[in-house]
Design a protein. Structure first.
Length: 255
């Protein structure tokens, strides 16, 4: 399996001139797409999902979202706001199809969000995009019969980091002003999967193929030696914001 990842990774590098980090995370999505989305245990036969794909929520080609739900006779839908990860440099909602369907089967209206990834979109642009997507939920609540008092956020890997960052921004007007966004929506809970919550510690150390330095440069165009002076340092270490989040009585589950 790992040999296959390495082959796909270097093939992508040669063909597209992507960085090794971007190639690696794209390769992971490609290789694991079939077991995650096409295996018998992840295919829900006989379920009538209502799916809308590639809905624009901001004037940027990267800013598209998919929605999944199952029609019901009455009552509003709780919202599952899902952020796919990919090492900050890759990731796509397309590879979270079965997971979106599973959440829909639990009764959620699922909003599966693509956003601008690094290095084309340097931080804080991805976080801004996700707040715009959250506002799309509020703007379309009547259309889809959504319960804005029951929004849950979830994500994997970098998506789990962004989930925590979005919660923090949504509950902190100073942070909203700092990154140039505004929202009044709040979250009822968070389900986080394999998240990275301290980017500086994680990427500032020694990693194979100098991966940490590569991703840090892709993420924010900074070097490890310049971390302490980075303008958005507080948002790079969202673990420091967890206590504030817990005081908001948001239910957080790390999977």
């Amino acid at each position: 399996m790992f040999a296959n990842i390495e082959i796909v990774c270097y093939t992508i590098c040669e063909v597209t001139n992507m960085s090794i980090a971007t190639s690696l995370f794209k390769a992971i999505d490609v290789i694991f797409d079939s077991p995650q989305n096409k295996s018998r245990k992840n295919v829900y036969k006989g379920v009538d999902f209502v799916v809308e794909k590639d809905i624009p929520y901001f004037d940027n080609d990267a800013c598209r979202l998919d929605t999944y739900h199952i029609e019901k006779a009455d009552g509003k839908y709780p919202v599952m706001f899902y952020i796919p990860g990919g090492g900050f440099v890759a990731g796509d909602k397309h590879h979270r199809r079965a997971l979106s369907e599973w959440y829909a089967m639990q009764g959620f209206f699922v909003v599966n969000v693509n956003y601008g990834v690094c290095p084309a979109h340097k931080f804080p642009a991805p976080l801004q995009h996700l707040v715009y997507a959250l506002n799309w939920v509020g703007e379309n609540a009547d259309k889809y019969n959504l319960d804005l008092d029951r929004i849950v956020i979830s994500g994997d890997s970098a998506g789990a980091y962004y989930s925590t960052a979005v919660i923090s921004v949504a509950n902190n007007k100073a942070l909203q002003e700092k990154i140039g966004v505004a929202t009044d929506l709040k979250f009822k809970g968070a389900w986080l999967n394999c998240g990275i919550y301290d980017i500086i510690t994680a990427l500032g150390g020694k990693l194979p193929l100098n991966m940490g330095a590569v991703i840090l440069d892709d993420f924010a165009s900074i070097e490890v030696k310049d971390i302490e002076s980075y303008e958005y340092l507080d948002l790079c270490t969202v673990v420091n914001l967890v206590d504030d989040i817990q005081r908001l009585r948001i239910n957080i589950f790390e999977i």
